[in-house]
Write a protein that binds this ligand. Sequence first.
Ligand SMILES: CC(=O)N[C@H]1[C@@H](OP(=O)(O)OP(=O)(O)OC[C@H]2O[C@@H](n3ccc(=O)[nH]c3=O)[C@H](O)[C@@H]2O)O[C@H](CO)[C@H](O)[C@@H]1O
Length: 337
Amino acid sequence: MTRVFITGTAGFIGYHLANLLLDEGIVVHGLDGMTDYYDVSLKQRRHQMLMQKPGFVATEAMLEDQTAVDAAIDACAPDIIVHLAAQAGVRYSLENPRAYIDANIVGTFNIMEAAKRHAVRHLLMASTSSVYGANTEMPYAETMKADSPMTIYAATKKATEAMGHAHAHLWNLPTTMFRFFTVYGPWGRPDMAYFKFVEAILAGRPIDIYNHGEMYRDFTYVGDLVRGIRLLMDAAPVRPLTPEDIAPGDSLSPVAPYRIVNIGNSEKVRLLDFVAAIEDALERPAIRNMMEMQKGDVPATWADARLLETLTGYRPQTSVRDGIAQFVRWYRSYYQV
Ligand SMILES: CC(=O)N[C@H]1[C@@H](OP(=O)(O)OP(=O)(O)OC[C@H]2O[C@@H](n3ccc(=O)[nH]c3=O)[C@H](O)[C@@H]2O)O[C@H](CO)[C@H](O)[C@@H]1O
C-alpha cells in the first residue's frame, strides 16, 4: 500500500490533499508546525477532521527541526513525499523575512535530505506563481525565465526550485515542483484576500482594494488544485536520455528527473470582478476602500496550464463564481454567520 508523507496537513492545501488521499485508502503521515501566522484553532480543526479518517497519523514539528523531521519521516517510511508546508504570504515577507529563510530554505532542505535518504519514488514540492515576479509576458509558462522575484517570499521559493533541481540531478531523485496560482476555497487561509473580504463584508467593515482594483489574478479553486497534485503524484519525471526526450513545452530538466508544473485555472480574472462574485454570493455590497499598489505586489498572474494537461489529461475548471459560492457556504457554516 502506498505511504505518503505530507508536510503542512493542518494548512489549507495540505488538509485538502490529505483528505483526498485518505478517501482513496492511502496511508498519510502529516507534519505541521502549527505556527501562529494565522488562527491556530483553524489549523487544529483541520487536523481534527483528518483524525476522523482511518490511515492518518500526525506529527507536530517545525520544518527547521531536523531531528523531529527525520524521526517523523523515518516512522512513515514513505513512498512519496509532498512538501506543502512553508511560511506563506507575500506581504508578511516584508515584515518578517527571516521566517521565510528558516521555514522555506532550511526547512525544505531538511525535507529534501530525508527524501534522499529514503530514496522516495517521487518528491513533490510547492513553489508559487510569485516566482514569475516582474515577468510581463503572459500566460506564464514553466519554460520561461523567472529570474526577477519581487519579494523575499518569492525568492525563497525560487531558491527551493534550484535546490530541488540540484538534488534531483545528484541523487536521481524524481522531483516535481508545483507553481500554484492564488488558491482559494473552503477551509482557506485567513490572510488571503477572499477570506478577508468575506469577513469584512459580513462585519460591515470596508475592504481594502489594492491598486484601485486594477489587479488580475488566476484564482484557482482548491478542489481542482489537489486533483492536479493527485494526478501529478503518479507522473514522476524521468531523466531524459537525449534532448529529443523533452517534448516541446515540457519543463523537464535536460540533466535530472526534475520538472516544474503550473497549477492554475488559466483564466485572468480582474480583482473587481472577483469582489463582485463575493458580493453576489453574500448578497451584500462591499464598502470599497480603494488603495494604491502595495510594495512587492504584482499586478497580474495568468497560468499557461497546458503542461499539467499534457501530463495528466486534467485542467482546473471551477469558475470563480462557483468556487466563491462554495467558500461562502463553508464560511457561513463554520463561523455560524
Ligand atoms: C497572502 C498571499 O500572499 N497569498 C498567496 C497569493 O498571493 P496573492 O497576492 O495573489 O493573493 P491574495 O489573496 O492575498 O490577493 C489577491 C488579490 O487581492 C489583492 N488584495 C489582497 C489583500 C487585500 O486586502 N486587498 C487586495 O486588494 C492583491 O493585491 C491581489 O491582487 O498567491 C500567491 C501565489 O500566486 C502566493 O502563494 C501567496 O502566498
